[in-house]
Design a protein around this ligand. Sequence first.
Ligand SMILES: [Cu+2]
Length: 150
Amino acid sequence: MRRYGPAAGRHLISRWSVVALLAVIASIGVGACGGDDDEDTAATTAPTGTAAEGGGGETVDVTATDFTFDPSDPTVKPGDVTFDLTNDGDTLHNIEIEGPSGEAELPEDIGPGEKGSVTADLNEPGTYEFYCPVANHKDLGMVGEVTVKG
Ligand SMILES: [Cu+2]
């Protein structure tokens, strides 16, 4: 009959204080992450204010032929932008995007008829070059520019 005695009560209290502590930790964590609560954290450098709702996920379909990209001048909102590349040419192609915090390209070149996708960190407004890094394809015309603006 001592089941609900002082000992049980103390146990209950300590359990609640653990919950409270976790809540405090959680709120600190949320505060530190700022407004951009998107999946990836590595790129969480500058809070871009109005860009919050676009914060990630825009996709651009790009077709590679011998030797151009179509489109070669897409415009996107700031965020992690995925480039879906389709190779409609007769030789290997790739796409490399020179973003504000580094470059991104397909893990391997894709052959005729193949598709590949690569996500580039384009969280800052500006214009960034992209090109095909295979052989001399860039010089042959496989180069473009992506405009990032909120
Ligand atoms: Cu190419």
